[in-house]
Design a protein around this ligand. Structure first.
Ligand code: TA6
Length: 282
């Protein structure tokens, strides 16, 4: 595990162990590469992304915090501000062959306009044959604090027309401000712009792609977002090629809508997502 920086100053942690290769930027504590040894990459990044300082990367796992989507307060940045801030690298540990990397978000005064509360935010990456991400909120204030958040994971596929998501039975979703709609089947395929905020969702979904099945587990989360921009929105998105929609989908572990985080004084909450290829090699 080494810390490096790009010519433009973006610093990142490079992980290359017996079990996996990964890369985590200090900006946004954003992982953009994770590949178990002997298997395909589990994260997708647009070739259109130019890794600019001040932007989130179009891919990997952007951390949406302390709100998902548009802020309810004002025209604050979409998906919060944590993903454009430089986090500090708190610790790097090896536990057997597992790399455990922790970053924390120092809330500076500039952010007080968005987040005037005394809370702590850290993210723990556990990198092995699986990728486990834990987003830990602690409320140090003497009053309750609430927030919404999501681990906005971009997954790769060689063909979106040959990709389905299983594990949605019994849930409901809001899409384009309409709904909630009851999820009619256990499986979703992609034939148009899809931007669904699911609630009452079971903790495991399976993304089946031509490369194999990706298992996506969540903990302390009953909500998730399923997104593919499709053709028209792809042309409007920054750092995204027109045909990128054919090679990606997002399934985001979230705490949104009625699943938002409400932290009593002194409380902690940990949002967890764990992803891996169904036929793990070891
Ligand atoms: O998670 C889905 C979504 O909210 C989409 O509506 C789209 O806006 C996407 O996030 C990407 O947002 P970003 O701010 O990263 O371009």
């Amino acid at each position: 595990v080494t810390t490096k920086s790009m010519a433009n100053g973006l610093q990142y942690v490079e992980v290359d162990t017996e079990l996996c290769q990964a890369r985590i930027f200090l900006q946004g504590a954003q992982i953009d590469q994770f590949q178990p040894k002997g298997q395909s990459p589990l994260l997708w990044v647009s070739a259109a992304d130019d890794y600019q300082v001040g932007n989130g990367i179009r891919g990997g796992i952007p951390i949406c915090w302390p709100w998902f989507g548009q802020s309810e307060i004002a025209d604050f940045p979409q998906h919060g501000f944590a993903r454009t801030r430089t986090w500090s690298l708190s610790s790097v540990n090896m536990q057997n062959q597992l790399a455990i990397i922790t970053l924390s978000l120092p809330i500076n005064h500039a952010d007080k306009q968005y987040w005037p509360h005394d809370t702590q935010l850290k993210v723990v990456f556990e990198l092995g044959t699986r990728l486990k991400v834990s987003l830990v909120n602690t409320n140090n204030a003497d009053y309750p604090v609430q927030l919404t958040q999501a681990l906005h994971t971009y997954f790769p596929t060689s063909d979106i027309h040959n990709t389905q998501v299983d594990g949605l039975a019994g849930s409901q979703y809001i899409e384009f401000g309409q709904g909630p709609f009851k999820q009619p089947h256990n499986q979703v395929a992609f034939t148009k712009e899809t931007d669904r905020v699911y609630t009452n969702l079971q903790p495991q979904q399976i993304i089946s792609t031509p490369e194999g099945n990706i298992i996506v587990n969540r903990d302390n989360s009953h909500s998730a977002v399923l997104w593919n921009p499709w053709i028209a929105k792809s042309q409007r998105l920054s750092r995204f090629n027109d045909n990128d929609y054919l090679s990606m989908l997002c399934l985001e572990a979230a705490n949104v809508l009625d699943d938002k985080v409400l932290l009593q004084p002194g409380d902690s909450h940990t949002l967890i997502t764990e992803i891996f290829w169904q036929d793990e090699v070891n």
